[in-house]
Design a protein around this ligand. Structure first.
Ligand code: ADP
Ligand code: MG
Length: 332
C-alpha cells in the first residue's frame, strides 16, 4: 500500500465544515463571523509519550485528546485538525484501529480532519487543532493563563494522579490490584478532554490551563503569567483522588501499600491528567457550580489566588508543606 492509498483508505473523508478538506495543497477553513481561531499543536513520540506496544485505538484517541484539551483550556469550540504521521510501516490492522480511535473522539466533538502529512520513520504523531472563540465587542472570550487575580478561587476538574499511577505501575515502580490499575490505565491511555467545561467557563474563569505536566508546574504557569501567587489547601485535594481510595481502612481493602504522602505526590506532580485548572472570582461560585453541572464535569475548589508571589501548600491545621513537587520537563 502506497502513501496515497493509505491516506485515502484510513484518513480521507468527505469535507463537512471545511470549505476544502483533504486532497489539495492546503485545506480551507472559514472562521465564522465574529470569531477567532484558537490553534494548538501537540506531538506524541514513541518511547517518550507512549510505549511501542500501546493499543493503537487508544493512541488515536489520546493523540487527539491532548490537543482538544488545549482547546478546552482556552474555552475554544473544536472545529478541525491536521495529522502529521511518521510510521515505521504501513501495518493495516494497526492503522485501522488508530483511525477508529481517532475518529471516534473527533466525531464526538464534531472536529474534522482536514489534512496532514504522512511519512516513513519512527512512530511519531503530531496533531494541530483549530477551534473557535467568539469575539464580543472587540474582546476575545478566550480563557488565558494570564487573567488570575488575588482573591480568586482556584479549581480543578475531575481527578488527579491516576495517569501517573498507571505509568509508575508500568515502569515497575509500584504494584496495585488489577481493578485499580484498570481504572488508572484508562485515564492514562484514554484521557477525557474537558471541552464542555471549557466552553461553560467562558466569561467566568479569569484564567485556565490544562494539566499535562502536573498540578504544581502548570499552576506555576498561571501564577507567572498572571503575576500572582497561590495557596493550595492540600486537604481539599482529597476530593480529587482518582482510583486511589485514600488513606485509612480503604487503603487496606484494596491492598495499596502507599501512604497519603505518596498519593499526594501523584496528585501534585503527576502529569497526563488533562483536567482543567482554573481561577474564578468568588462572586462566580454559583455560576461555576452550574457550569460544572451543565457540562457534567466534577469540579473541586482547591485553594485561592494570592497577591503575594509564590506557591504555598497548606494543611487544614494551618501548617505549610514544603513544595517539593517538581513537574515534568522534557529537558530537565
Ligand atoms: P503535499 O505534498 O502537497 O504537502 P501530500 O502529498 O503530503 O501533499 O498530501 C496530500 C493530501 O493528503 C493533502 O491534502 C494532505 O493534507 C493530506 N494528508 C497527507 N497525510 C495525511 C494524514 N495523515 N491525514 C490526513 N490528511 C493527510
Ligand atoms: Mg506533504
Amino acid at each position: 500500500m502506497g502513501e496515497f492509498d493509505l491516506i485515502a483508505r484510513y484518513f480521507k473523508r468527505p469535507a463537512r465544515r471545511a470549505a476544502l478538506g483533504i486532497g489539495d495543497d492546503c485545506a480551507l477553513l472559514q472562521p465564522a463571523p465574529g470569531t477567532q481561531l484558537a490553534i494548538s499543536c501537540d506531538m506524541l513520540v514513541q518511547g517518550r509519550h507512549f510505549f511501542a506496544d500501546v493499543n493503537p485505538h487508544s493512541l488515536g484517541h489520546k493523540a487527539l485528546a491532548v490537543n482538544l484539551s488545549d482547546l478546552a483550556a482556552c474555552g475554544a469550540k473544536p472545529l478541525a485538525f491536521t495529522l502529521a504521521l511518521a510510521l515505521p510501516e504501513a501495518n493495516e490492522p494497526w492503522l485501522a484501529a488508530f483511525a477508529n480511535g481517532l475518529f471516534e473522539l473527533a466525531d464526538a466533538h464534531d472536529c474534522e480532519l482536514i489534512g496532514g502529512d504522512t511519512t516513513a520513520g519512527p512512530l511519531n504523531i503530531c496533531i494541530t487543532v483549530f477551534g473557535e472563540v467568539p469575539v464580543v465587542n472587540g474582546q476575545s472570550l478566550a480563557l488565558l493563563r494570564s487573567g488570575a487575580r488575588a482573591g480568586d478561587d482556584l479549581y480543578v476538574s475531575g481527578t488527579l494522579g491516576d495517569a501517573r499511577l498507571a505509568l509508575n505501575v508500568q515502569l515497575g515502580k509500584l504494584s496495585v490490584p488489577a481493578p485499580v490499575l484498570l481504572a488508572a490505565r484508562a485515564r492514562l491511555e484514554r484521557p477525557t478532554p474537558r471541552v464542555a467545561l471549557g466552553l461553560a467557563l467562558r466569561g467566568l474563569a479569569s484564567a485556565a490551563i490544562d494539566l499535562s505536566d502536573g498540578l504544581m508546574g502548570d499552576l506555576g504557569h498561571i501564577l507567572e503569567c498572571s503575576q500572582v501567587g497561590a495557596t493550595v489547601q492540600v486537604d481539599q485535594l482529597v476530593q480529587c483522588i482518582g482510583s486511589y481510595p485514600g488513606p485509612g481502612p480503604a487503603e487496606n481493602q484494596v491492598g495499596i501499600d502507599f501512604s497519603m504522602a505518596q498519593w499526594r505526590t501523584l496528585a501534585l506532580a503527576g502529569g497526563d491528567d488533562y483536567e482543567l485548572l482554573f481561577a474564578a472570582s468568588p462572586h462566580h461560585r454559583a455560576a461555576v457550580a452550574l457550569a460544572a453541572q451543565t457540562s457534567q464535569t466534577p469540579v473541586h475548589r482547591i485553594g485561592q489566588i494570592d497577591a503575594s508571589p509564590g506557591l504555598r501548600l497548606l494543611h487544614a491545621q494551618g501548617q505549610l508543606l514544603p513544595n517539593q513537587y517538581a513537574s515534568f520537563d522534557h529537558f530537565a
